[in-house]
Design a protein around this ligand. Sequence first.
Ligand code: ADP
Ligand code: MG
Length: 602
Amino acid sequence: MSQVMLRDSANETPRQAPLRFVRKLAPFVGLFGLACLLPLTDNAYFGLIIGRAAVYWVLVSGLNLVVGFAGQIAIGWGVALLALGAYVTSVLTAGTAFAPVSPYLALAAAGVIGAIASVIIGLPALRLRAFYFAVTTIGFATIVTQIAMAWQSVTGGGIGVVGPTFGGVFSTTWGFYYFCLAAAALCTWLSANIGSSRFGRALLAIRDAEVAAEASGISKPVMLTLIFLFAGAVGGVSGGLFASLQTYITPDAFTIDLSILFFIAILIGGRGSIIGPLFSTVLLTLLPEVAAPLAAWATFLYAALLLAIVLLVPGGFANLFDFKSRKPLETGRIIRPNEEILPGLLSAAKARGPIDIENVVLSFGGVRAIDGLSLAITPGEVHGLIGPNGSGKTTVLNAISGYYRPDSGTVRLHGAALPSGAPQTRAGIGIARTFQNPRIVGEASVLANVMIGGTVLGKSTFIETVLSLGRYRREERELRERAMLALAAVGLERLADVRTDRLQHSELRFLEIARALMLDPAFLLLDEPAAGLAGDEIQLLGALITAISRTGVGVLLIEHHTDLVFDICEQVTVLNLGRTLAKGTPAEIMAHQDVIDAYLGG
Ligand code: ADP
Ligand code: MG
C-alpha cells in the first residue's frame, strides 16, 4: 500500500489547492483593483472608456461560454443582444410603449427577454453547420437593428431614444462607473463558476470531442440551451447598461463591427479561458482610444492584432501566459497502472445480465458493414473481437453504443432492447467506451478530461452551479477525487495537471480508459486500446483490462494484437467482411483453419 501512497498525488492536492486558487485569482483582482482606483485620477474620459469595457465584458462573459467554451461561431449574436437589451431598457424607462418603469425593473426585463431571444438565435446551432449558423446570427443582428429603425413610434427610429438613468448614488459618473464594474465582477464570477464546473467541461467536450461528450452522457441540446439562456440574460443586461452609458441610443450604434470586436476578444483572449477574453475585451476597447490619432485605423489595428495573435500564439493571451505548460515534461515516462485501486473505484454490484447482440445487420449504402452478427458480452468476462481492417469491428461497437441504427436485429441489455440513435443514453446505464482514435479536449488538463467522463454523476442543478452553492462544491470535490483515483488506477496521476495535448499517444489510450471508469461502468467497450503502444505497455494494459473485468465489468475488446486477445479473453469472435468467421475460446480460435487462413496467416 505504501506504493499507492507515494504515487498518489491526490494527497498533495488539498495542500496546493489554496495556492493554486490565489494564483488563479490574482490577475482578476489586479484588473478589477486597478479599475476601482481609476476614479482617483478624476479623468472622466477614461472613466467612460473603462466603464464601456466593463459593460462590454458583461456581454462577452456570457458569449465567451458560447464561443470560447462551446465552440459555436455566434458572430452576430453579440450586437443582436446588446441592441435588444439597450432598446428594451430604454423603451421601458422612457415610457414610449407603456407607462415608464424603474430602470432596475427594465434592466431585469432586458435580462429575461435577452435570455429568450438568445435561445431563439442560438438554437439553429443544433441543426446548422458552423458556417451557416454564423451567417444566421449576423442575420439576427440585422433584423434587430432594422426593427429598431422601422418601429419609430416606440424606438424613435433613426432619431433614437434616451437611455435609462439610474438614480441615487448611481446617477453620478463615478457612481455609475462602480455600478458597471460591480456588474462586470459579478458576471466574471458567475461565468467562471460555470466554466470550471461540469457544465463548462461538458461545453469543451462538445466543442472538441463531440462523440466523447455523447458517450459520457452529455446532451448537446440541453447544454447549449442552458448556456444560451445564461449568455442571453447577461447580454440583455449589458445592453441596458450600454444604453445608460451612452445616454442616448440610435440603431447605428449597433454595427456588426462591434459584434466582431466581441468575437475577436474571445479568440485572441483564448478559447476556454475567462481571464484571457476579459483582458482582451479591455484591450480592444482601449486600443482605439489610446491610439486616438489612429482612429481611422482602428479596424486595421484589430485585424492586425488578430492576425498577429492567431499566427504567433494560436491559443491567444491565455496561452501566452500559461507558463506552466511550457515547462518541459519528464521524459521517458512510464505508465504504471495500479490495479489495487480498482475496487475502490468500481463497485462490485454490476449488471444483472449480459449485453446480447442478436442477428444485427447494418449497412452503409451498398456496404454491409455487419451482416448478421450475434454475440454476448458477459459481466466479469472479456470478449475479444478481432478481424482485418474494415471487417466491421468499430461498427459493432457503434451499434452497441447507440451511434448507428441496425437495419435489423437487436441489441439488448439484460433482456431490454437498447434505443438506437441515442448515444447519450448509454452513460446513464453504465455502458462506457473508448475510441479507435482518442477523443479528448487537448487544451484542457488531463484531470478535466477524466472528469468529463463523470458528468452524469453530478446532480446539482445549473443554478446551484452558477451560484457555486454547497451541494455543487461538494460534488465537484468528489468528482475530482474520483478522477484522481481513476488516473492513479491507470497510472497517469502524475500528469493530472498537464494539458492533454502534451501527452504521448499511449498515454491518451490510458486516459480514455480512466475517463470511461469514471462512470463505474457495468460494461466497457474498448476500440483497439493497444494500437500504438509499446510491448511492455501492452502487457500492463492487458493486466489492467483483466483486473477491470474481475470486478464484474463486462468488457468488449476490439484489437489487432491477437497475442493480447488470446491472452486475456474468455471468448473471441472473429469478423471478416461483416460476417462471423469463427467464435469460441482463444484455444479454439487459434486452431481454427478459416481464421488462420483469412486473418492470422498460416
Ligand atoms: P473495422 O473497425 O473492423 O476496421 P469498421 O467497422 O470501421 O471496420 O468498417 C466496416 C465497413 O463499414 C468498412 O467498409 C467501412 O468503410 C464501412 N463504414 C464504417 N463506418 C462507415 C460510415 N460512417 N459510413 C460509411 N461507411 C462506413
Ligand atoms: Mg475500427
